[in-house]
Every structure is written in C-alpha cells, then in structure tokens.
Design a protein around this ligand. Structure first.
Ligand code: SF4
Ligand code: F3S
Length: 104
C-alpha cells in the first residue's frame, strides 16, 4: 500500500485524490488517509503530492503510518474529488512534529 504521512497535516493540498483509480482516499479535518485494504499499489498518487507526503509502505518507518491510515480511513468519509487546500497550507509545509501537535 501507499500511505499518507505527517507532511499532509494542515497542508492537505488534495492533488492526490482524483488520480486514484480505486478511490481509496478518506478525508479528515486536516489530513487525508488511504485505506490500505483498497489501495492497489499503483503509485500514481505519490508524485501528485507537492510536498511528498505520500510514500510506499516499503519505505523504512512506514509501519506506524500504515496503521494510522488504516485506523482513520475506517473513521473518515471517502472522497473522490480533490478540493481546495487550506488558505494557510503553504505556511505548514516546513513545520515538523505536526502529528503530535496539530493533528485533529
Ligand atoms: Fe490509489 Fe494508487 Fe495511490 Fe493506492 S497507490 S492510493 S491505488 S493512487
Ligand atoms: Fe495531503 Fe499531499 Fe494529498 S498534502 S491531501 S497527500 S496532495
């Protein structure tokens, strides 16, 4: 599977959503999640994200993000169309520790 990671938090550019052939993105208040059971590993969403927030689960340290994506995809609504990024999205591009401080 591919997973959405910390960088997405409060950036949520949404460029990734529409390219997914199986519509497996789910939308939370300030980040998205991929349902690992639905993702077919095509990889087309990865280069769409302008801040490289999407990565394959083969990358080191991905385990916690697989579980994060799995848990929240089960709670959040499915989305098929991209939306508008938050107005202040660019200000969050370089912020670190977003998961512990700003995730909601
Ligand atoms: Fe969708 Fe392909 Fe990205 Fe998986 S890798 S979330 S199937 S676009
Ligand atoms: Fe998030 Fe990147 Fe998609 S910031 S919403 S993973 S385009």
């Amino acid at each position: 599977t591919y997973v959405v990671t910390e960088a997405c938090i409060k950036c949520k550019y949404m460029d990734c959503v529409e390219v997914c052939p199986v519509d497996c993105f789910y939308e939370g208040e300030n980040m998205l999640a991929i349902n690992p059971e639905q993702c077919i590993d095509c990889g087309v969403c990865e280069p769409e994200c302008p801040i490289d927030a999407i990565q394959p689960d083969t990358r080191e340290g991905s385990e916690k993000w697989v579980e994060h994506n799995r848990a929240y995809a089960a709670l959040w609504p499915n989305i098929r169309f991209g939306g508008i990024a938050p107005e202040d999205a660019d200000e969050w591009r370089t912020v670190s520790d977003k998961l512990t401080q700003y995730f909601s």
